[in-house]
Design a protein around this ligand. Structure first.
Ligand code: MLT
Ligand code: MN
Ligand code: ZN
Length: 309
C-alpha cells in the first residue's frame, strides 16, 4: 500500500495520454502546433489521446478512458505490463467518462481474454452495446458494470470513485439534427477520487462550470480539467475546421467565460489541463499562452506525468 510519512494512503495518477481527439500531431493536420510537434518536439511535445491510470497500491491499476493508442501507452509504463504468469495484467478496471472515440476505441485492442470490469453509465453502456464490434470483449471475461450517477463504486480494492454528471454533449458520431449542448446527464461525466480526505477530480470534457460544479471542486487537492481549446474560435481561425469549442461541448481555457476565470476563486491546490487539442497554443512551451496559464497557476499535462495529490 502506498502511503506517505504520516501513514496516509496516497492515490497515484499516471497520465497515459494528454491530447484531445486526434492526438498531437494529428495525422492530417498542418496547423502551427502540429507542425512544431513534427519539427521541434522540444517546443511542442507530441502527445497521445486522453487517458489516465490510477492506483492505490502501485500493483493494481484502473484506466480512466481507453484511447486508440492504448497499446503504445501501456508499452511505455512498466507498472501496467504483465507482472507475473504468462498471461496477466495489472489492469483490473476501466471506467469511461463518455462515448467519444478518443475514450473508447482502445477497448477494441484489449480483447485478448484478460478479465477486467468495464464501468460506465447505463447510457454509455447502451452506446457500446449498439456497436457490436465491442462484443470482441467477451462477456465471460469483461464484466460490464452500470454506474449510477452520484454513486460510489469500488474501482479497485480500497479505491472508490464517484461518477457525476457534468455539462457536455453526446458523442460526435451520435449527433442528430438537434444537439443538446451543455446537457447534464449520463453522456458526459466527471470522476471524483477521495483518498483519506484528499480529493482528485478528472474532468476531461466540460461545457461550462456551473455553480454546483464549482462548489464540488472547492477544497480539492488536484483537478485535471478539460483543456481542449485556448479560445472558442481557435479551430476556425487556424483554418482547420468550422467548429467552435462551445459547439463541441468544450469550454475554452482563456477569456471571461473560460475555465481559468471560472475556477480562479475556487480553492484547488493543483490545477492541470488535460485533453488538449492540437490547435491549442498552450502546447507550445515558449508561447505567451503557456506563460498566461502558468501565471494563473495551471499546469499542462504531458504523457507520462505522475500526480500524487
Ligand atoms: C471531443 O472531445 O469533442 C471528441 O473527442 C471529438 C471527437 O470525437 O473527435
Ligand atoms: Mn475527446
Ligand atoms: Zn493541428
Amino acid at each position: 500500500m502506498k502511503s506517505d510519512a504520516s501513514g496516509a494512503r496516497r492515490l497515484r495518477v499516471r497520465v497515459l495520454g494528454s491530447a484531445a481527439g486526434g492526438g498531437l500531431p494529428q495525422w492530417n493536420c498542418r496547423c502551427r502546433v502540429c507542425r512544431l510537434a513534427r519539427t521541434e518536439p522540444q517546443r511542442v511535445v507530441p502527445r497521445t489521446q486522453s487517458s489516465i491510470a490510477v492506483s492505490i497500491d502501485g500493483e493494481r491499476w484502473a484506466l480512466i478512458n481507453c484511447a486508440p493508442e492504448v497499446l503504445h501507452q501501456l508499452q511505455r509504463e512498466p507498472a501496467l505490463q504483465p507482472g507475473r504468469d504468462d498471461r496477466h495484467t495489472p489492469i483490473q478496471s476501466i471506467l469511461v467518462t463518455n462515448g467519444d472515440v478518443d475514450h473508447v476505441a482502445g477497448l477494441l485492442s484489449l480483447r485478448e481474454r484478460s478479465p477486467f470490469r468495464l464501468h460506465a453509465t447505463p447510457e454509455i453502456h447502451g452506446v457500446l452495446r449498439d456497436n457490436p464490434i465491442f462484443n470482441v470483449l467477451a462477456p465471460d471475461c469483461v464484466e460490464r458494470c452500470d454506474v449510477a450517477l452520484d454513486s460510489r463504486i469500488e474501482l479497485l480494492p480500497g479505491l472508490a470513485a464517484t461518477v457525476f454528471a457534468v455539462p457536455g454533449k453526446t458523442a460526435l458520431y451520435l449527433e442528430g439534427d438537434q444537439v443538446d449542448i451543455g446537457a447534464e446527464g449520463e453522456s458526459t461525466v466527471g470522476i471524483e477520487f477521495d483518498v483519506d480526505g484528499r480529493r482528485l477530480y478528472y474532468i476531461p470534457g466540460c461545457a461550462t462550470v456551473t455553480p454546483r460544479l464549482a462548489a464540488r471542486l472547492e477544497g480539492a487537492a488536484a483537478l485535471l480539467f478539460d483543456g481542449t481549446l485556448w479560445r472558442d474560435d481557435e479551430m476556425v481561425r487556424a483554418g482547420v475546421g468550422q467548429k467552435t469549442g462551445r459547439r463541441m461541448g468544450h469550454m475554452s481555457m482563456s477569456g471571461v467565460d473560460g475555465s481559468m476565470a471560472a475556477l480562479a476563486e475556487v480553492g484547488i491546490k493543483r490545477r492541470i489541463f488535460i485533453h488538449i487539442n492540437n490547435t491549442n497554443p498552450v502546447l507550445i512551451e515558449d508561447s505567451a499562452e503557456r506563460r498566461e496559464a502558468d501565471s494563473a497557476g495551471w499546469e499542462i499535462a504531458f504523457d507520462g506525468m505522475e500526480i500524487t495529490p
